[in-house]
Design a protein around this ligand. Structure first.
Ligand SMILES: [Zn+2]
Length: 464
């Protein structure tokens, strides 16, 4: 009996062991696939430096180091602690993209023709990353120092056949209802009768937003005091000012808008957020062949990334920071072995070339040109051929469609610093993507710009 009982006991133990073994195997089988679930970021920052190539970043990094004894957050923190990738930039119908096709690739994951916003080459309109985030009940923010209806923020929000259909783009915003819409472009919100309006009808779009529950702010102080789940901030009629020219009491900087965005999107929100923060001034300055404005704009862009990095340090497991660009503008670069002093010469420039064009007007006199150079470009000498080109309105230099005043002054800066341009238009260079935080590893390596959206959408939808 005893022997029989013992065998029963052994049999029982053997069954238990086999079962628990199965359980253990089952446990180990499920554990790796659970571990392979993508890290789902709760807070997503997309920083987009419009028109910035690797060189724009590198020149700013050297500028910070040699002129200000400062680092650059993008290279020193985001790239060093995270991952770096390269993205293609070409459009569906051209080797060179414009901002709308570039942003469509980054926001919707398909190649578009230049000019199309959120619309693929085949006419399809896949949801944008912002629309998908909204479905996940995340808060959505769009921040730019361009007009809010410009191609880049527009392609993240909705779908229109052409980037110039501003009223249709505002309709897309009213239907998406982002929690935050900050930037310039008040001219398309004001009724036709209002000074500064560029609308063709009497619609008061600010009033329409207010009726949808938006708080409206129009200056730096208003933004810092703003509250609520939905805020519309319009800080200029057209594009916001270059950092060099900005009225610092009235217009918020990009980093001040970023600070406000983090506060407004996070307050009382347990579902997370996604925010696009664009610095358009880098592209606009590069179109004007304006090295000083490119660098000052990029420095401000980097300060904004720094605020997201501080946020990431507090929420490292839940935050994803992406820093990228839609294309490169200008083919800007030093050449001919210049000394580091060139950076200090650029640091001495006090106004943007865009402001110089405005100050000199369409028919500048020789005296007015001399006075402007003496006042705002100390240490620079305008060579006679560049001065003549400005006064006689002759196109010259690597210009595609730049203004003769900007081209002449830019040629003067190039002659003194050896910083040159190959064009005043976009180029086909690939752009970098720097990624830090939850899911950042997906963005490393060489990818198509449409993969940027695909990777981000997979993360937002918690797919592999
Ligand atoms: Zn551009």
């Amino acid at each position: 009996m005893r022997h029989k009982n013992l065998s029963k006991l052994f049999l029982f133990l053997a069954v238990v062991a086999a079962l628990s073994g199965r359980l253990l195997i089952a446990f180990f089988n499920t554990a790796p696939s659970e571990a392979a679930q993508p890290a789902a970021p709760k807070y997503v920052f997309i920083f987009l430096a419009d028109g910035a190539g690797v060189t724009h970043m590198e020149i700013t990094r050297l500028f910070n180091q040699h002129v200000h004894k400062e680092g650059l957050v993008i290279s020193d923190k985001i790239m060093k602690e995270g991952f770096v990738g390269l993205l293609t930039t070409h459009a569906a119908n051209s080797l060179v993209t414009d901002s709308s096709a570039g942003a469509t690739a980054l926001a919707c994951g398909c190649k578009a023709k230049n000019g199309a916003v959120g619309m693929c080459e085949d006419g399809k309109m896949p949801k944008t990353v912002m629309e998908i985030a909204k479905e996940q009940n995340m808060r959505v923010g769009l921040v730019t120092n361009s007009t809010v209806y410009d191609a880049t923020p527009a392609a993240f929000a909705g779908h229109v056949t052409n980037r110039n259909l501003y009223s249709a783009i505002l309709e897309q915003y009213l239907s998406l209802e982002p929690n935050l819409l900050l930037g310039g472009g008040g001219d398309q919100f004001l009724p036709r009768s209002h000074p500064g309006s560029r609308r063709r009808d009497d619609s008061d779009v600010i009033a329409t937003f207010k009726n949808k529950g938006y708080a409206y702010v129009s200056d730096r102080q208003g933004l810092s005091e703003s509250k609520g789940g939905k805020v519309l901030g319009l800080f200029s009629l057209k594009d916001m000012s270059f950092e060099l020219d900005r009225d610092k009491d009235k217009q918020p900087s990009l980093s001040e808008m970023t600070r406000a965005a983090i506060r407004l999107l996070q307050e009382g929100n347990d579902r997370g957020f996604i925010v696009l923060i664009e610095n358009e001034n880098i592209d606009s300055a590069a179109h004007m062949l304006d090295a000083a404005s490119v660098i000052q704009a990029y420095r401000e862009f980097d300060r904004s990334v720094g605020l997201a990095y501080e946020f990431y340090k507090k929420h490292p497991a839940d935050t994803l920071i992406l820093v990228t660009s839609d294309h490169e503008t200008g083919g800007m670069g030093f050449t001919g072995y210049p000394p580091f002093e060139s950076l200090k010469k650029i640091a001495s420039i006090r106004i943007s070339l865009s402001k110089a064009v405005e100050l000199l007007g369409p028919k500048p006199s020789a005296e007015a040109v001399d006075q402007l150079v003496a006042e705002h470009f100390k240490g620079f000498v305008l060579a006679p051929e560049f001065k003549e080109a400005i006064i006689k309105r002759k196109p010259h230099g690597p210009t595609f469609r730049s203004n003769p005043t900007a081209a002449g002054l830019s040629a003067m800066i190039s002659a003194h610093t050896q910083l040159h341009w190959i064009s005043s238009a976009h180029t086909n260079q690939p752009v970098f993507v720097a990624a830090l935080g939850a899911g950042a590893e997906r963005f490393r390596g060489y990818q198509d710009n449409t993969d940027f959206a695909k990777q981000l959408i997979a993360l937002l939808e918690r797919k592999k």
